[in-house]
Design a protein. Sequence first.
Length: 339
Amino acid sequence: MSAEAVSSPGRLVDRIPTLDGAEMIAHLVPPRQFATATLDSYRPDRDYPSQGGAVAAIRNFVAGWHSGRSGGLFSRRKAPVELPGIYLDGGFGVGKTHLLAALWHAAPGRKYFGTFIEYTALVGALGYAPAVRLFTGASLICIDEFELDDPGDTRLMSRLLNELASSGTRIAATSNTPPNALGEGRFAAQDFLREIDSLAARFTTIRVDGLDYRRRDVEAHAVTSTDVAAGLSAISGESTLDSFDEMLKHLGSVHPSRYVKIVEGLSAIGLTGVHPFLNQTDALRFVAFVDRLYDAQVRIVAEGTPLDGVFPDEMLAGGYRKKYLRAVSRLIALTNGVD
């Protein structure tokens, strides 16, 4: 590659994103690596039969649109009523997002796909009543990585999903925790636990076991670089170069719902001076940012502490353990060149 062909990296901190309600709605589609995901293209691991079982369960869920079976909550049929939601519970990298995207592609009519934070951000931008009007009539709402880290968001999403399910919209979600265990180790106020229980009652839970596919063919560690600028120059496309601390400070000044705009158009980001997190607020923001990097398949070139080692043991032992481990899985993939 000639010197003229290599553009100097920009800076993440210079990216000041704006995102209105219409743009948020436009982003409610599967990430680009799942733009053509189908149930046929999902490759179940034969050592874990639950993966094939999940495919069969989703095919059955899709068939509900074509067979006339009711997904509503107030059916008068005496036969067992099919629940309006399906919930894929499993570890990291077992293909839950692929299955969710395949379901979205197979669903008829108007449908939406987004992360938990994208939906709560949209409600915050539009207001609750306008958001309900927007989603009412949709055939399917897909929620990837269902999270209940904030009690206010718990109540908000419970109310929203209850209203939509009652009007006939079907719900599909993924998470790393069964729905009746959401919130364990995070908050224990009885009213919030009641909200969690009401959410759990909406879903048929499908367990998906298996190994993290992001670790099957690579060493299970994040790759570090001794020359970040040189590493970025070997990757075609637009890139940025920032210190780890500058990036964290910038993420703190931007609402997580706008992180998707920060990474828009990037092929890679470079980080210098990576070190373990000193506080949980920065760590949680970084997790949200990693999700957006992974969705956009943005590679990471970093020096300092390996990125799979930035979450201290005390954080990994706390209530956000599964969220941090999901980020570790994705950081390993992004520093190894993604999939």
